[in-house]
Design a binder for this molecule. Sequence first.
Ligand SMILES: [Fe+2]
Ligand SMILES: [Fe+2]
Length: 194
Amino acid sequence: MVAILDALYRDHGNIARLLDILDEELAVFDEAERPDYEVIRAIVDYFRIYPDRVHHPREDLVFARLAERAPEAAKTVGDLVGEHAEVSARLGRFAFALDQILGEGVMTRREFREIARDFVDGERRHMAAEEERFFPVALKALTEEDWAELDSTLSTEPDPLFRDDVREEFAALRRQIDRMEQKAREERAGKTPR
Ligand SMILES: [Fe+2]
Ligand SMILES: [Fe+2]
């Protein structure tokens, strides 16, 4: 596997874990209870720091090379750059909604819920489309030299959350991820979770 694609797939796996956590927090919200806003806030911060600033720009680089190398194939992928702008806008709306619901804002719970759902669903759709079309098309059309060059652009920008020395502001979120995954493992193993 090509290093840059490998990194992109790994990011998708990590993002999917966070979207599952948001699902759980939104389910708590739906019960008219208080979700863990600290965790939601950390997820929004993470999306701003890593997927928005590192993951999508990496994909844009691959897409730009694809458009050069195989313009017809690139057309079948669609407007990736435009999609990334939409993904970013949905994140911005979600961050704004979170500020509103936690602060003095006038947003209703229902509006917050809709914006949060739109963000989670939009991310899932976007990743699924990339895995279904963009990544396979790029893998087929780009040459070894293309990939070697793209790999050499891989920044050393570390993922602030999914790493051994997780950054302080993400420590609580990381514990939450570990707890949820432990619970899922126990449920699969047929044990009752604690
Ligand atoms: Fe993307
Ligand atoms: Fe992606």
